[in-house]
Design a protein around this ligand. Structure first.
Ligand SMILES: [Zn+2]
Length: 319
């Protein structure tokens, strides 16, 4: 196994206090819905699906502090895995990703309608009525390694187009998710090519780097402006430069770990491009894991190398 100390990346961000948002104004804790009273889409932004990803909470706090209100439709701001977030400890920042299991693998109907009872399945069932109503979802995350921000747009053309319309970040990653369970961004109508509902998942940078919060705020503002939810002046001083052009990475599939011991050949961090097909990336038990094609790009190699989970996603830059 790759050994990584928790101190590999400094904790530059401070977790914001989200307890003022617990009561909200809906039947669900940590969910606030603003209704313009005008026709328009219901736009939902979610943060802390993973408890140690601070930039999303900072972004929702920023929107609240700046009195964001939708001009049309509705806007909901939701802190997803607030229990995990509340266990965040800057001295042990890796361990608060979840309480019992990964919240972002609980969105299959088999799990939502099933009887698996964990902190995360309970919370997913609580949030499900909100996500069912969402026309557009932006789910804000961050990454284990310090690599450029990327937008995970799902496998469908509508998601790819949505990420291009947004114009940032530079990298768009189109993938179908993980064998370990469905993500919220792929749930229900978001995964239906015939539905106009659409969702994006932002990976704003390394979990605790200051820049991830700047990227996250900028992206959320642009998202709300693209959908006509807020006017162009709102937060205009907090925008970052748009990338010159975006690159779309199509993921051919995750490498799902089959054995008890998995190790990478190199300490990959993500966005490495491996020139030759057949290059050894690592070993799953005794089995060599080879690059399936030339110029294979590694997306988000994981430090949690456990059976059934994705070790890394493999893709190609297609545009
Ligand atoms: Zn995450």
């Amino acid at each position: 196994m790759t050994s990584i100390t928790p101190n590999e990346y400094p904790v530059e961000l401070e977790p914001v206090d989200i307890t003022p948002y617990k009561a909200g104004n809906t039947a669900i804790d940590y969910v606030t819905t603003f209704d313009s009273g005008e026709p328009g889409p219901h736009v939902v932004i979610t943060a802390v699906v993973h408890g140690n990803e601070l930039c999303g909470a900072i972004t929702l706090d920023y929107l609240f502090q700046n009195d964001v209100r939708p001009m049309v439709g509705k806007l909901s701001l939701a802190f997803a895995n607030h229990q995990a977030y509340h266990s965040f400890d800057a001295n042990d920042p890796l361990s608060s990703r979840f309480v019992d299991e990964d919240f972002n693998r609980t969105w299959g109907l088999d799990v939502l309608d099933g009887d698996r009872d964990t902190v995360e399945t309970r919370r997913a069932r609580e949030l499900r009525p909100l996500i069912d109503q969402a026309d557009f979802l932006l789910d804000i995350h961050s990454m284990q390694h310090k690599t450029p921000a990327l937008m995970i747009c799902g496998p469908l053309a509508k998601g790819q187009q949505f990420a291009k319309d947004l114009g940032t970040p530079e990298y768009i990653v189109s993938d179908a998710g993980h064998a370990a369970g469905k993500r919220m961004r792929d749930y229900g109508q978001f995964g239906d090519p015939d539905s106009p509902a659409n969702s994006l998942l932002l990976e704003a940078g390394q979990h605790w780097e200051e820049n991830s919060a700047l990227v996250s705020v900028d992206t959320a503002l642009r998202y709300l402006k693209l959908l006509g939810t807020i006017d162009l002046e709102f937060g205009q001083d907090d925008h970052l430069e748009l990338p010159d052009d975006q690159k779309l990475v199509e993921v051919s599939g995750p490498v799902t770990i089959k054995n008890d011991v998995f190790r990478f050949a190199e300490p990959y961090k993500g966005f490495e491009s491996i020139e030759k097909a057949g290059t050894v990336l690592g070993w799953d038990g005794d089995e060599e894991i080879l690059t399936p094609y030339d110029d294979c790009v590694l997306i988000m190699p994981s430090r949690r190398l456990t059976k059934g989970q994705s070790a890394v996603r493999l893709g190609r830059i297609v545009n």
